[in-house]
Design a binder for this molecule. Structure first.
Ligand code: F6P
Length: 411
């Protein structure tokens, strides 16, 4: 008998069910032993309090396209892992106890960064754990993609598309808040896909003067509206220069609900143009997974199940250089993956004329710049390559993964 546990942890996303289906179908197809499946309710809470359902393959049928999670989820912050629950229950010993009580052979944990840290802790306690990279934010270190990300891009893009028509009718500026926690992957991708004019992300601190100049330039050149896509974690250059403590204090003193309101207010005051805020919010985590997410979620589920059948544990399933990999949990736990400000997509978006608020693009050809390799000709404008003119907040292009010898790809 092969006894497995499944849990979904942290904020939900569209492809959790598709992933669990992938795990269970693969085990059913390939295991020589009968399978017993324990589905823990509401993430690690189910493991702590031994709240589970004994499930059958039928429970995983027909859920490929269903958003959310059939198991329920919750957040169990890693930093409070060693703080007993309100009723005195010690979380880690309780989880270890449930695992052994049910004689599990493997726990499949579908979760993001924080949840992966907890999974690594359970690995250190001797449990067989396999993590699968879930999050709309795409900020999990060690994998190029997380499931949930592409569906969230679609939702955010649709929002930008829809806002275009009303912004254009009224000749307004719209500031759209896009999820992503501390990183800018969704706003960057949805911003490009939706044709935003300005994209502000945490990895590229902005200067409001540049944002205002971009809007004014659009107005002067005949555009009736401007779409500003703003990451919920976007930060100005001024705030990025503050210490962590000073910035936290500033956030605590903020009177508006979030940064987009401050940005919109300043835009309206400085440009005189009617400005509105739009927030797609949790719709970005809702609805059905898109085709790409269904495929990647299924791949993750299959690889995790095959790894389990080979008796391989203690890693997160990942995508690197287009290959499915095992990344050791101790390598990925607690690390975030940021947008590289020097990346191709940022460079190309800038070449297209999208402002990131960090610099005021030179729109006229410089008088004496020699022709040749140092310039790019983009729609009639000459611009120096962004990499040459900007210092990034992250290491420049090149190697992004430091990988331990335990990592393996193309299993
Ligand atoms: O991590 C996913 C995410 O949707 C983030 O983009 C966002 O910052 C956060 O979760 C919202 O969390 P909650 O659902 O707890 O409000």
């Amino acid at each position: 008998m092969l006894r497995i546990g499944l849990l979904t942890s942290g904020g939900d996303c569209q492809a959790l069910n598709a992933t669990m289906r992938g795990i269970v179908k693969t085990l059913m197809t390939n295991s020589e032993e009968p399978i017993e499946i324990y589905g823990f309710e509401d993430g690690y809470q189910g493991l702590i309090y031994s709240r589970f359902r004994v499930m059958t393959p039928a429970d995983f049928s027909g859920i490929l396209t269903r958003g959310g999670t059939i198991l329920g989820t919750s957040r169990t912050p890693f930093k409070r892992l060693d703080t007993p629950e309100a009723d005195g229950v010690e979380k880690v010993p309780a989880m270890v106890h449930t695992y052994h009580k049910l004689q599990l052979d493997c726990l499949f944990m579908l979760g993001g960064n924080g949840s992966t840290k907890t999974a690594n802790r359970l690995r250190e306690e001797g449990l067989n754990v396999i993590a699968l990279p879930k999050t709309i934010d795409n900020d999990t270190w060690g994998t190029e993609l997380t499931f949930g990300f592409t569906s969230a891009i679609d939702v955010a893009t649709k929002c930008i598309d829809d806002i275009h028509t009303t912004a254009s009718s009224h000749g307004r500026v719209f500031v759209i808040e896009i999820m992503g926690h501390k990183v800018g992957w969704i706003p960057l991708y949805a911003g490009v896909a939706g044709g935003a004019d300005v994209i502000l992300i945490p990895e590229i601190p902005y200067d409001m003067d540049n944002v205002i100049k971009t809007i004014e330039h659009r107005m002067e050149t005949g555009s009736r509206f401007t779409i500003v896509a703003v990451a919920e974690g976007a930060i100005s250059k001024e705030d990025a220069a503050l210490s962590k403590k000073e910035y936290k204090k500033k956030l605590a003193e903020r009177t508006s609900p979030s940064i987009v309101y401050d940005i919109a207010k300043e835009i309206e005051a400085k440009t005189g143009r009617e400005t509105r805020v739009a927030i797609p919010g949790h719709t970005q985590r809702g609805g059905q997974p898109d085709a790409q997410d269904r495929i990647f979620a299924t791949q993750c589920g299959v690889e995790a199940a095959l790894g389990c059948l080979r008796g391989e544990f203690g890693y997160m399933i990942a995508l690197r250089d287009g290959k499915m990999c095992h990344m050791p949990l101790e390598d990925v736990a607690g690390k975030l993956k940021f947008v590289d400000p020097q990346s191709d997509l940022v460079r190309e978006a800038k070449a297209l004329g999208i402002s990131f608020g960090d610099e005021w693009p030179r729109l006229e050809p410089p008088p004496s710049e020699p022709p040749g390799l140092t310039s790019q000709i983009v729609l009639g404008h000459v611009r120096t390559p962004p990499c040459a003119s900007r210092g990034g907040v992250l290491p420049s292009c090149g190697k992004i993964w430091e990988v331990s010898p335990g990592a393996s790809c193309g299993n």
